[in-house]
Design a protein. Structure first.
Length: 120
């Protein structure tokens, strides 16, 4: 992979982390500002459901940050864009769609098919 491509992905991944952190900060502000109490149980349940959903999203973001940091490490060590299974280049279009991926489309498709057959 060319240096300009690696720099593009480094900047893209770094921006992803910044965006996720900004969303997390906004969530914290939102939750601390909206400490309203509702007398209606349905309203209270709705607010709690929304909060639970938001916290799930933030947990997914936390896991994504780990994957992003792993991808940045792969850029540093020269293994970014190389499939973990077959050792072939993953390809720029796939990396643009999923920059944290470690598998080329063929290997990922094969794994998904194996999981489907096993019933995972």
């Amino acid at each position: 992979m060319e240096a300009k491509d690696l720099e593009f992905f480094r900047e893209y991944l770094t921006k992803m982390i910044e965006d996720i952190q900004r969303q997390g900060e906004a969530t914290i502000e939102d939750m601390s500002e909206n400490m309203e109490y509702y007398s209606d149980p349905a309203d209270r349940a709705s607010v709690e459901s929304d909060r639970t959903f938001t916290l799930r999203l933030r947990d997914r973001d936390r896991k994504l940050i780990k994957k992003i940091n792993d991808a940045l490490d792969r850029i540093d060590d020269g293994s970014f864009g190389v499939c973990d299974d077959c050792g072939e280049n993953i390809g720029i279009p796939r990396l643009k769609a999923r920059p944290v991926t470690t598998l080329c489309i063929e290997c990922k498709s094969r794994r998904e098919e194996e999981e489907r057959l096993r019933g995972d």
